[in-house]
Design a protein around this ligand. Structure first.
Ligand code: A2P
Length: 275
């Protein structure tokens, strides 16, 4: 049809680095997780984060739209065909006030440049790997807990996760349950994964902050394990700023040192996404 060509069709605006949403799960009124199709060329190390987001509303004067991006830990393991994210919902948060409404089939922006320090490359070999998380800080561990590499490198993996309320632990609890019951994952996990969830503001069988349970020695007693030892123990930390600061002081006190990709040591730290 020749005539149709003369009138050039307007290009449909598509998002840069668009990734299609395949699943959305709302865990509480403050927490949700979602999966997107993985860009075919994107490779990452379990525990890393990427920038994701949405287009901002058009500028009222210029009509221009800018991407609104935040750093999100990838919650799925590096072998997975989909990419999963775990997010807080902040009602007046610039991104999450909108992101919480995404539906299957929608597109988000996903910049394909994974980075981060919560990777096994950034810690020295050891016997036990401790994962210390508050709130959505469990996301990078959701990735690492499903990575065979972690189980090849460590004899024991202990996840300590603290939230205010029981419902906020559900995402992590279900994931641990899945790892221990799934045919393939349970074979890799081989009984190495220990889970120590606690709450601070609602009654639960184990309570108290990660930090307090370390300094009091309660977690070592409850799990029947030796206290942290820099010769054998490695740590990964992901939570709010105050938590990260406090736990670093505690790990330093046990004689562990902070490492980085360029200089692996006994523990690594990353800030959990906040708004
Ligand atoms: P708490 O209820 O005693 O403040 P938030 O939702 O504020 O990010 O907190 C998530 C969890 O992290 C809560 O259980 C909270 O305990 C805990 N938390 C907050 N700050 C610290 C900290 N500095 N050290 C240890 N745990 C903390």
């Amino acid at each position: 049809d020749q005539t149709a060509v003369t009138e050039k069709p307007k290009a449909v605006p598509t998002l840069p680095n668009a990734a299609k949403v395949t699943e959305v799960t709302h865990w509480t009124d403050r927490l949700f997780s979602f999966k997107v199709e993985r860009p075919q060329t994107l490779r990452f190390r379990s525990g890393e984060f990427v920038m994701i987001g949405l287009m901002n509303d058009p500028d009222p004067v210029t009509g221009k739209q800018k991407p609104l991006l935040r750093a999100y830990s990838i919650a799925s393991p590096s072998w997975d065909e989909e990419m999963e994210f775990y997010s807080i919902k902040v009602q007046d948060g610039p991104l999450t006030s909108k992101l919480q409404h995404i539906k299957v089939g929608d597109e988000i922006i996903l910049r394909p440049k994974p980075v981060g320090t919560l990777v096994t490359d950034a810690i020295l070999p050891g016997k036990r790997l401790w994962m210390f998380a508050t709130g959505t800080g469990v996301a990078p561990f959701a990735s690492l807990m499903r990575d065979p590499d972690v189980y090849e490198k460590f004899d024991e993996i202990i996840l300590m996760h603290t939230c205010r309320e029981v419902g906020e632990l559900e995402y992590g609890r279900k994931l641990v349950e899945h790892i221990k019951s799934d045919e393939m994952l349970s074979e890799i996990e081989a009984g190495k994964l220990r889970y120590y969830p606690t709450t601070t503001r609602e009654e639960f069988h184990h309570m108290g902050r990660v930090t307090d349970n370390l300094t009091s020695g309660k977690v070592f007693e409850d799990l029947g394990v030796e206290p942290l030892n820099p010769d054998t123990d490695r740590g990964m930390v992901c939570g709010n700023l105050a938590f990260n600061k406090d736990i670093m002081a505690i790990l330093d006190g046990f004689g562990l040192r902070e490492g980085a990709n360029s200089e692996p040591k006994e523990y690594v730290v990353e800030k959990a996404f906040v708004d």
